[in-house]
Design a protein around this ligand. Structure first.
Ligand SMILES: Nc1ncnc2c1ncn2[C@@H]1O[C@H](COP(=O)(O)OP(=O)(O)OP(=O)(O)O)[C@@H](O)[C@H]1O
Length: 438
């Protein structure tokens, strides 16, 4: 029988682009050689951005450490590693990763990471309602800062008037919790709020939800991060809210950034914004309302005592200082995850000291200090910095100088530096994130 030799490469390529698992492969130097579409959805990078940079540089801020690098160094696989982090688009992502070294003829030719995206599943399990073990009301929300008090007052008014609400705030600022409290102001404990997740949604699932809502009388639909939905999905959602206008279905939505900028950046449909904008409620990131940090810790501990019968009451002065000095890019969700980690280590302690802080948090809060021009001059009596670190510090210094010279105008500074606006914006975001961690 005649055998036909088939070139399998196009098939592998097709499979890599369509498979539901994120794939990221690097060569022995850590240079990206494969980065599939699903990985791009998960992490928010483009292959081009990764291709000419080392992993160390790319992930310095975005993940405490890169498993791919670890595997390259050790030559052993790391399996079933669960990671929750905030990706480049500011989305909170949870993945379970398997990372393997790749060998050919006994030699390591790189490493490959396979990431299963479990964000949606995690959200379902990690619902605020389940966490609080009681129906969420406005009283469940920590609001000590003036800005949070205003948020609650406005949300209460919206609940009373039953107006569509648009919650505007970064990931982890408590938008879903507030939506839940607004929903509870209408319905008793038996009626669950329906959530349209920003992750894993399709045009079909929106249509399906719309049909389900038609069968109900009343009910609340919380449309999470509508700016993360594609435009065809937003059009479908618009169709849904219009179809339900005049019915008893109540809509609440959230976005992660200023909606006007989202509209001008073509990430949000103007018509959808108009529908929800009757009551737009901005929620400040935690770094701008640090007065809420310690009361939240205290509320968390009191819930912990009730739920688990623990003794924990407070943190010591040193921990308080660290909590207040950190910028919390993941907001209250990040603080809550940290407290989850700390309390899982507790036995009979009443006070949490630095020894109970997880290593990754200690690393993030280590002081790095701002470098001065003289720090870039190599002095013989000083220890030499690793090249990566030196170049990175120099980049921060140079970009900040360029921004100062152009009065903070990104377009002009980018032109002067001979790079695209997007590239400069990305680098500045990285610096900002880094500053948040010092
Ligand atoms: N003011 C607050 N008081 C008490 N708990 C809070 C507060 N803000 C946030 N949380 C807690 O932080 C976690 C994250 O909040 P939530 O999921 O509502 O954030 P979000 O803004 O909807 O995030 P995302 O944009 O990622 O969906 C929740 O578990 C919630 O219980």
């Amino acid at each position: 029988m005649k055998q036909v030799k088939v070139d399998l490469n196009p098939f592998y390529k097709f499979a890599s682009e369509h498979v539901g698992v994120g794939v990221h492969a690097v060569d022995p130097k850590g240079k990206t050689i494969l980065y599939n579409k699903k990985m791009k959805d998960i992490e928010g990078f483009d292959f081009e951005e990764l291709a000419d940079r080392s992993l160390l540089e790319m992930f310095r801020f975005d993940q405490a450490e890169s498993t791919l690098l670890k595997v390259l160094q050790s030559g052993s696989p790391v399996l079933n590693s669960k990671q929750t982090y905030w990706n480049r688009k500011g989305q909170e992502i949870t993945t379970i990763n398997d990372t393997y070294p790749v060998f050919e003829n006994g030699q390591m030719i790189g490493a490959i990471e396979l990431a299963r995206d479990v964000t949606t599943l995690e959200k379902v399990v990690y619902q605020p309602l389940k966490k609080y073990e009681e129906p969420i009301t406005f009283n469940s929300i920590t609001a000590v800062s003036a800005s949070m008090k205003k948020v609650i007052a406005t949300a209460e008014k919206a609940a009373l008037a039953k107006l569509p609400v648009l919650l505007v705030g970064e990931s982890g600022t408590g938008k879903e919790l507030i939506a839940e409290a607004i929903h509870r102001a209408h319905y008793d404990g038996s009626e669950e709020m329906s959530v349209l997740f920003s992750h894993g949604t399709t045009v079909e699932s929106i249509a399906q939800l719309s049909e389900e809502m038609k069968k109900k009388t009343g009910g609340t639909v919380y449309c999470e991060r509508i700016d993360m939905l594609t435009i065809p999905m937003q059009l479908k959602l618009l169709e849904m809210v219009k179809e339900h206008s005049g019915s008893d279905t109540y809509f609440i939505a959230s976005v992660g950034e200023d909606p006007v900028e989202l509209i001008s950046g073509k990430k949000l449909l103007k018509e959808l914004y108009y529908f929800f904008s009757a009551m737009a409620i901005p929620i400040q990131p935690l770094r701008r309302r640090k007065e809420d940090i310690m009361p939240f810790v205290s509320d968390y501990f009191s819930r912990h005592r009730m739920k688990f019968g623990s003794m924990v009451r407070q943190v010591d002065g040193q921990v308080e200082k660290l909590l207040l000095s950190y910028d919390w890019p993941g907001n209250l969700k990040e603080l809550e995850l940290l407290l989850d980690e700390i309390t899982s280590m507790l036995t009979t302690e009443e006070t949490v000291g630095v020894e109970l802080l997880p290593y990754h948090f200690k690393l993030k809060t280590e002081k790095k200090g701002t470098l001065q021009p003289e720090d870039f001059i190599v002095q013989s009596h000083k220890e030499l910095l690793p090249l990566e670190e030196y170049l990175f510090e120099a980049e921060i210094y140079y970009l900040q100088k360029a921004m100062d010279l152009h009065n903070g105008n990104v377009t002009k500074a980018a032109a002067a530096l001979g790079m695209s606006r997007q590239n400069l914006q990305y680098r500045l975001r990285k610096i900002k994130k880094n500053e948040g961690q010092t």
